[in-house]
Design a binder for this molecule. Structure first.
Ligand code: ADP
Ligand code: TPW
Length: 580
């Protein structure tokens, strides 16, 4: 099943092409210029030929990281990110990223080579045999297989449309090994390709839905706007900013919507989150789901234990998926359409006579916010020895402020929660993190893609456990010489590093790692810059240097092993958490 060169046509005058070239041509015709993947049978030659054809081919050390790279490239660009893998094990390694992309509404296409249908379907034990299409289906928004070279154009076009239209998601495209060397008349092949016209059509909301939303907003005494990562994805930044500033309504960004407006914006209510959620009377969700990250729109977070107490809120929800409304609580005014069109339609209804929300509400939000910000400033000003999350992240905060175009990748538990609340973001789509699942392992895949797609410096703030899931990709950072600065907030373990084996036996406790591990040497092994930092001053110097030099850098920022709580801020989901 190795690679086969295109056959010579019977009539040597007729130019022929093959499946390899058609896949590449179909992608390129649709503006896709980068492939994230890992070569092997039967797609080795596809990676070579793609590079020879001028595509950027970024090879990883594990397919999950290539898949995560593709997914976040899709989020950043609105073009489906491509992940290319070999059959069965490579495909399965990529599948976690595909499922995560679907969960997060990121457009990506996982393209995997597969073995022959006849053998797979009779279960005759082919090399890396697996019914990949069937396995991918429940985890993808759509899944397709192409058997004939003349159908490659249609297969790629369908995959692109499925990934980016409506609610974006992960798509699986199965390409059996025998497809690639199939020879086909070049003129017929060219005609079979499809340049997708309007892959993500605008979806205009109904006038009465917009009116319903406007009525609710106008009647609100304590309105709140919640921005989710769908709002960041939509690239309707100017309209969203306009809506917020014209209405003067306080807003709260979800994690990956931070920076859509600068976090320092006077209307940003992030520092008063636990006040505004239960107090608001009308909440307008823009590209955010009422899932666990928003306590399902009910309970204590929203003002009471019983439905009588929390049921007082009214919700407006702008979303492209007509099925999203009422998923957790009643949505009083669903507005279905793409965010650009919906926000523009709402804006058009906000005339010059718009009355700002009552001063009482705005003052109450401001008061709570300022109190919390002052408290935080006090905590950040402390300089404990050893460093803790706060003193290390105060440095990261300054670095991002000075470099607002840098992209921040973030994973861990405490490392995630503290970074989200301490480090302000100033520009849209600059914060990339664990998303809807809170999944560990996105770090290096996201960092590689962010650097490749944007050319901007990337700062990855990683828990030491989180980093381990994709750590081998530091070699990839060095190989492609990417301007990525990885900062490991190293507290010797999962959540923290001070647990002991209660039996007194030889094995360490399940949550702790090797003490004083020298992660920075991993980066040095491949020619990058490694720094061991035990103080905020050392951390600052190393980060500034990394941004300046654009060299792949790994800073092992040693913090107190007793810093951090089990599960970070989501301890409530973990009723048996060990209290310290
Ligand atoms: P967060 O985790 O930030 O709250 P979610 O991932 O839960 O965000 O929600 C994103 C929502 O945005 C999804 O319900 C998705 O359907 C929606 N969405 C994504 N892209 C668009 C778009 N272009 N227009 C409208 N809605 C969108
Ligand atoms: C794929 C469970 C959530 S957070 C975390 C794990 C293992 C690591 C926390 O430790 P870290 O951060 O990174 O050192 P910190 O700052 O708290 O010390 N497997 C997957 N996803 C998840 N979410 C887990 C396990 C988990």
């Amino acid at each position: 099943m190795g690679t086969v060169e295109p056959q010579v046509a019977a009539d040597a005058q007729t130019p022929v092409t093959d499946g390899f070239h058609l896949v590449i041509d179909a992608l390129r015709l649709n503006g896709i210029d980068t492939i994230f993947g890992l070569p092997g049978i039967p797609i080795t030659d596809l990676t070579r030929k793609a590079q020879a054809a001028g595509m950027r081919v970024i090879s990883f050390r594990h397919e999950q990281n290539a898949g995560n790279a593709a997914a976040i490239a899709g989020f950043m660009t609105q073009k489906p990110g491509i992940c290319l893998t070999v059959s069965a094990p490579g495909f399965l390694n990529g599948l976690t990223a595909l499922a995560n992309a679907t969960t997060n509404c990121f457009p990506m296409i996982l393209i995997s080579g597969s073995s022959e249908r006849e053998i797979v379907d009779l279960q005759q034990g082919d090399y890396e045999e697996m019914d990949q299409l069937a396995i991918a289906k429940p985890l993808a928004k759509a899944a397709f297989r192409v058997l004939h070279a003349e159908d490659i154009g249609v297969g790629v076009a369908r995959a692109i449309r499925a990934a980016v239209s409506g609610r974006p998601g992960g798509v699986y495209l199965d390409l059996p090994a025998r497809l690639f060397p199939q020879s086909i008349d070049a003129a017929a092949a060219a005609k079979s390709l499809i340049k997708v016209v309007d892959p993500a059509p605008r979806q205009i909301p109904a006038g009465e839905a917009v009116q319903r939303a406007l009525e609710l907003l106008k009647g609100a005494r304590r309105p709140l706007i919640l921005l989710g990562k769908g709002a960041a994805y939509a690239q309707a930044d100017a309209q969203i900013r306009d809506l917020i500033e014209k209405t003067a309504i306080p807003y709260l960004p979800m994690s990956m919507a931070k920076g859509l407006l600068p976090d320092t914006h006077p209307q940003c209510a992030s520092a008063a989150r636990s006040f505004v959620l239960p107090e608001a009377d009308v909440v307008m969700l823009i590209g955010a789901r009422l899932n666990w990250l928003l306590s399902h729109g009910k309970g204590k977070t929203w003002g009471g234990q019983s439905q009588k107490e929390w049921g007082a809120q009214k919700f407006i929800q702008i979303d492209i998926s007509p099925q999203e409304a009422d998923s957790n609580v009643r949505i009083d005014a669903p507005v279905v359409g793409d965010i650009g069109s919906c926000v523009s339609a709402v804006l058009a209804g906000i005339g010059p006579n718009w009355v700002k929300p009552p001063a009482e509400w705005l003052d109450a939000v401001a008061e709570r916010k300022n109190k919390n910000l002052a408290k935080m400033a006090e905590t950040l000003a402390r300089n404990p020895v050893p460093m803790n999350f706060h003193s290390a992240l105060a440095v990261v905060r300054d670095i991002i402020k000075a470099n607002p175009d840098a992209i921040l990748v973030n994973e861990g538990a405490n490392a995630l929660d503290f970074t989200r609340s301490i480090v302000d973001m100033y520009r849209p789509r600059k914060r990339l993190d664990v998303g809807t699942w809170g999944v560990m392992g996105i770090g290096m895949g996201f960092a590689v893609a962010a650097a490749v797609v944007s050319g901007q410096p990337v700062i990855a703030i990683e828990g030491d456990s989180a980093f381990g899931f994709s750590g081998m990709e530091v070699e990839t950072l060095c190989r492609y010489d990417l301007p990525v600065c990885v900062v490991i907030l190293n507290n010797n373990g999962v959540y923290r590093g001070d647990e002991r084996n209660p039996t007194g036996g030889r094995d360490p406790a399940p949550l702790v790692f090797v003490k004083d591990a020298r992660y920075e040497k991993l980066m040095e092994a491949f020619g990058g810059v490694g720094v061991y930092a035990t103080s905020p001053a050392e951390l600052r110097k190393a980060m500034e240097q990394a941004i300046l030099s654009r060299k792949p850098t790994l800073i092992n920022a040693v913090i107190d092993e007793g810093a951090g709580t089990e599960s970070g801020r989501i301890t409530a989901l973990n009723p048996t958490a060990k209290k310290k």
